[in-house]
Design a protein around this ligand. Structure first.
Ligand code: SF4
Length: 254
């Protein structure tokens, strides 16, 4: 790592501590989640200075054997995320399900197929042009003793999401998308740091800052909910239309 890269990591760490200080942090006691802080800056230090694809590869390799939460012990495959490293649009769901755990790829089951179709038909982009990931990279199961059972999925727990957040945060910092679409309540609440329901959070852009990069985040209902209740498709359609309009607007400004 060059001196410039090291200085950037130190600047980011200083900015992070200042931000925590503004929130009321007076010191970093031993009980504070030090592993989370260390993981966040370790992930950053390992990838800073690389091109986007190389940085994502490096991050992937660094965490492929991750055991930072109990999900690491029961996963079949680590599901890092996939798509264009230069994506203008990123999708984030809550975590891998059965099909994703079997293949190591995000959103490839029935809900994923619906998402892919909606991306292509409503936003007018190909799946390969966007980036798709999850808050947690390993399959949360209701009964971890039955990893080959379909329908054994559950939402990730808060501790699991906290342990995994440094990875998706770094993915966002590397890719620097213009827009992030949060799929479902769990992902929306985790990224927007809110307890509000999905219908309060969706239908509008929330501006977030990732290490100095401003991103417009929009939440929508999870594609899986459209499988159970096709009436939910209208929410995806409305939110995706907003994404499409914003992408068009910003590309004409370039
Ligand atoms: S879910 Fe995330 S933090 Fe937990 S073991 Fe998997 S990669 Fe590590």
């Amino acid at each position: 790592m060059s001196n410039n890269d090291l200085q950037q990591v130190i600047r980011d760490f200083k900015a992070y501590l200042e931000q925590e200080q503004r929130k009321g942090l007076k010191a970093v006691p031993r009980t504070v989640n030090r592993p989370k802080i260390i993981a966040k800056f370790k992930a950053k230090a390992a990838t800073v200075g690389l091109g986007k694809s190389a940085a994502l590869d490096q991050l992937h390799q660094e965490y492929a054997g991750c055991q930072n939460c109990p999900l690491g012990r029961t996963r079949n495959k680590f599901v890092f995320g996939e798509g264009s490293a230069d994506a203008r649009l990123m999708f984030i769901g809550e975590g891998p399900g059965f099909d994703e755990d079997q293949t190591g790829r995000p959103f490839i089951g029935k809900a994923g197929q619906l998402l892919t179709k909606a991306i292509e038909t409503t936003i007018d982009l190909q799946r390969e042009e966007v980036y798709i990931g999850n808050i947690v990279k390993c399959h949360p199961m209701k009964n971890p003793d039955q990893p080959t059972l379909r329908g054994n999925d559950r939402p990730p727990a808060a501790e699991e999401m906290n342990a995994c957040l440094p990875i998706i945060t770094r993915q966002i910092e590397i890719i620097k998308p213009e827009i992030i679409c949060l799929l479902g309540r769990t992902a929306a609440q985790a990224i927007l740091r809110s307890n509000a329901g999905i219908h309060e959070l969706r239908d509008k852009f929330h501006i977030l800052n990732f290490s100095g990069h401003e991103v417009k985040c929009i939440a929508t209902v999870h594609p899986a909910s459209c499988l159970y209740d096709p009436a939910n498709k209208k929410y995806v359609w409305e939110d995706f239309k907003k994404i499409r309009a914003l992408l068009k607007k910003t590309s004409t400004q370039i």
